[in-house]
Design a protein around this ligand. Structure first.
Ligand code: MG
Length: 393
């Protein structure tokens, strides 16, 4: 029974093409609507209470968690994405709660050790269907979280799940059913999903600049060759010639975020006005996205990404960590796959259960789920416990 008071209109002022409760495709296991929250507030709240969400605090974004307390983690990254996504959503009269739910959930499937960890696990899983962090985030909310009496996972709304699944191979899409269909039909997700995807990019490009400078892996002099950075830097320098370096960096980073958000909002507003989609389904039926940067900003963004890839993500200190991460993940996978009895009892049960239904692929998937759920420090500790004879178990 819907106990929500009539006067509580949770969708006031939203655009016709925004996602609202009334047009939601609902949850896999039907539930009565929440009393004083929208369906998407409920999704967000379920994500916040998930164990996988708490573990994001101890997972690397670029820098390994214990390298310094000031660097971004997956948790602070997800919160920054939510902040940016909500600002954009409100400006475009889209559903803020939905963008927040997607933002906070989008990295739940990340392995320990950032992208190096995901690449390693993908390699281990090559013969068993591969490993993709995006799909894993969906697995976490659909299956792996064990909290509720009435269903596995978090039983999130279709629209939140649609936003979590940013990309997907045709093979996986075919197996996923409704939530994978758009990858086969070449259609779009909701505008809220589209904008959260770009908010993620704005967040990591900007905070990787900040963290990279803080770690002294990249320098301002190098960054000045990147036009997007240099423009903001020049403005700050000429306006505040006496400002300390730390504050200059923060000021530039915040302006970097702001100029991208403003460009995205303005470009998307114009696109929405031009195409005037009458409703959400019209948005989904389109072949291309309606939320976009201007051509100029997209180009500048690419330059910044290229710089970060070459100068930061491939820096020898980051590379060293990536190589170590690869070794840890590969060793753990090989040990657990060869002998699941090395696992804690509950995890063993899951591996054997999956194996009964799915053979070696099922066994491998359950081991990958276990490893993907680890924090950086837990993976390092497990590696020592499994491989180091001097380490107590
Ligand atoms: Mg992200």
């Amino acid at each position: 029974m819907n106990t929500r008071p009539r006067e509580l209109n949770l969708n006031d002022g939203l655009a016709d093409y925004a996602v609202v409760d009334a047009v939601s495709r609902g949850r896999h296991y039907p539930e009565p609507p929440p009393s004083y929250r929208s369906e998407f507030q409920r999704d967000r709240d379920r994500v916040i209470h998930a164990a996988a969400f708490r573990r994001l605090e101890y997972k690397t974004q670029v820098f390994v968690n214990h390298e310094g307390d000031l660097f971004r983690t997956r948790l602070t990254h997800s919160i920054e994405v939510a902040q940016i996504a909500r600002s954009i959503a409100r400006a475009l009269r889209l559903n803020e709660d939905l963008t927040e739910a997607i933002s906070l959930a989008h990295d739940l499937g990340h392995t320990p050790f950032g992208h190096a960890g995901q690449d390693a696990l993908n390699e281990c899983m090559r013969d068993y269907g591969g490993f993709e962090h995006n799909l894993q985030s969906l697995r976490v909310v659909d299956e792996l979280e064990e909290k509720y009496a009435d269903f596995p996972g978090l039983n999130l709304s279709f629209e939140t799940r649609e936003g979590i699944l940013k990309h997907c191979s045709p093979k996986n899409a075919a197996e996923l059913g409704e939530v994978g269909a758009r990858f086969l039909n070449k259609q779009q997700p909701s505008l809220e999903a589209q904008l959260t995807n770009l908010a993620d990019e704005i967040a990591y490009n900007s905070h990787d600049v900040d963290d990279g400078l803080r770690a002294e892996l990249i320098s301002i002099e190098q960054l000045r060759e990147v036009p997007l950075f240099n423009q903001q830097y020049e403005e700050v320098r000429s306006r505040y010639p006496e400002l300390s370096q730390r504050r200059v960096i923060h000021e530039v980073v915040r302006r970097l975020i702001n100029c991208q958000v403003v460009d995205l909002v303005q470009t998307s507003m114009a696109e929405l006005a031009r195409h005037a989609p009458p409703d959400l389904e019209a948005v989904r039926r389109r072949a291309g996205p309606l939320i976009a940067f201007s051509d100029d900003m997209r180009e500048r963004n690419l330059e910044l990404k290229r710089f970060l890839r070459n100068e930061l993500y491939r820096h020898y200190r980051v590379h060293r960590m990536s190589v170590k991460a690869l070794r840890v993940i590969r060793d753990l996978f090989n040990a657990f796959f060869a002998d699941p009895r090395l696992l804690p009892v509950e995890a063993q049960h899951k591996v054997f259960e999956r194996q009964r239904n799915g053979g070696d692929s099922g066994r491998a998937r359950a081991v990958a789920d276990y490893i993907a759920g680890m924090t950086d420090r837990y993976a390092i500790k497990e590696h020592q416990r499994v491989y180091n004879p001097g380490e107590l178990t």
